[in-house]
Design a protein around this ligand. Structure first.
Ligand code: UDX
Length: 433
């Protein structure tokens, strides 16, 4: 099929490449000319496992191209995916302005039956909103169908998830649209749930809010474990063996971040407000997460009478390992709080981005884990990068001003820390006295 994808951000790029890989002709339209040039020259604009090879392969086979011009692509496509940004507004509502703008643009060019697919995470009712906007803009209702097709991709594993996901959700109103979407997704051999648009839109929020709640729940249990001497890994293992619960998303830590969970939990709460459904559980999951991510700050403040000019090393800045994304990362909140209190910050992350350097120009960035902890008072592990498991505790003992580790992702062993007389705090796996 001929496919147009609007937006070469995370979702747009992965969607474009996956459809191009299986032999469709894809044009990805992106406003940012720098991104367009980069992608056409086979230089990825995001970090994602196996993306470089796939981009090169699709460009060589000419199944994909990138442009900033919409007209040709829309006029020549069977399906147009909207994959533009839908960030949260201050009040938790979803900012639909980019979707709005894209629909206004494509309205000018639809001249034959085209399926418009909402791929961005959009509030319940967005399919109707898009449909009404197209009609208002003068597009004949015979010439389009609007489909809701949320994505469930994990950053870092997004291509894998696209090809081997658990489910595909298609919210549609016509048999014609259903047939086209079925044909498009059939080669992936993943179960497809066909439903109405409202249900499809709600599934995305429900899924992300549920997973966020699962994490906040295990984090609260982990906090209790530290107080009563229980071990969170064993609790989580036992829980996960119950098939009704599953072992996934039971890893405790200093909270979830990223582009989806924080945004979609607030999004669901905001949808609930409109329909008098207060979502008390999701509100609590958010509030637990807000507290969880600053646990290291609370510990530091209770450890030192005055934290001013103390040097604290943060290991890991990204919201999780396997990505360079820092959106809503707990590290950002920790840095902000510590800087406010006058602490000095060293930071090491294997994927440190220019974005965070610009955001916090006053912290010291290191290319090497060991160098970043020299002469510092405390190490706070914020991200679950594998290499942090190899932190040499003898080196820590010999080279830090005071050997104190707050292990926000449970990467190290309490017993090993104890052996070396290192002050150590984990999330639900105990701490030294
Ligand atoms: C998530 C969803 O998994 C995906 O389906 C959706 O489309 C987008 O949001 P992503 O944000 O890439 O994907 O990351 P994910 O791996 O789900 O982790 C989200 C956050 O939860 C991270 O900060 C991670 O560190 C945290 N997390 C995850 C935990 O703290 N504990 C866990 O057990 C799992």
């Amino acid at each position: 099929m001929n496919i147009c994808v609007i937006g070469a951000g995370y979702v747009g790029l992965i969607t474009s490449l996956a459809f191009a890989k299986i032999g469709n002709n894809v044009i990805c339209v992106e406003k940012n000319v720098k991104k367009v040039d980069s992608l056409n020259n086979s230089i990825p604009t995001i970090y994602e496992e196996n993306l470089d090879e796939l981009l090169l392969e699709c460009l060589e086979k000419k199944t994909i191209s990138f442009t900033n011009k919409l007209e040709y692509s829309v006029r020549n496509s069977d399906v147009v995916f909207i994959a533009v940004g839908t960030p949260s507004l201050e009040n938790g509502e979803v900012d639909m302005s980019q979707v709005h703008e894209s629909i206004n643009e494509i309205s000018k060019y639809i001249n034959k039956y085209t399926i418009i697919v909402n791929k961005s995470t959009v509030p319940v009712g967005s399919q109707k909103f898009v449909k009404n906007l197209l009609i208002k803009n003068g597009v004949s209702s015979d010439n389009f169908d609007v489909v809701s097709n949320p994505e469930f991709l994990r950053e870092g594993k997004a291509l894998y998830d696209f090809f081997y996901g658990d489910k595909i959700v298609i919210g549609h109103e016509s048999q014609r649209a259903r047939n086209v979407m079925n044909l498009l997704y059939k080669p992936f051999n993943i179960p497809i749930i066909f439903t109405n648009p409202e249900t499809a839109e709600l599934i995305k929020y429900t899924s992300n809010a549920f997973l966020s709640t699962k994490i906040s729940f295990i984090n609260e249990i982990a906090n209790l474990c530290n107080k009563i001497g229980a071990d969170i890994d064993t609790v989580a293992l036992a829980l996960g063996l119950d098939k009704r619960i599953s072992p996934e998303f039971l890893r405790p830590g200093i909270g979830y971040g990223g582009s989806c969970f924080p945004k979609d939990t607030l999004g669901l709460i905001s949808i609930g407000q409109k329909y008098d459904c207060p979502f008390e559980i999701v509100k609590s999951a958010v509030s637990v997460n807000n507290k969880q991510r600053v646990i290291p700050v609370d510990l530091l403040l209770s450890e030192y009478d005055d934290i001013k000019n103390k040097t604290i090393t943060l290991l890991g800045l990204t919201f999780k390992s396997g990505t360079d994304d820092i959106r809503e990362a707990p590290s950002l909140y920790i840095i902000e709080e510590l800087l406010k209190k006058g602490a000095k910050i060293n930071a090491y992350d294997p994927m440190v981005s220019d974005e965070i350097r610009e955001m916090f120009p006053n912290i010291k960035y290191f290319d090497n884990m060991n160098e970043s902890i020299l002469e510092s008072e405390c190490v706070v592990i914020c991200t679950d990068w594998e290499e942090f498991k190899d932190l040499d505790l003898d080196f820590v003992k010999d080279n830090m001003k005071e050997a104190f580790i707050i292990d926000g992702r449970n990467m190290l062993s309490l017993d090993e820390a104890k052996k070396r007389n290192i002050k150590y705090y984990s999330i639900g796996k105990g701490y030294t006295n």
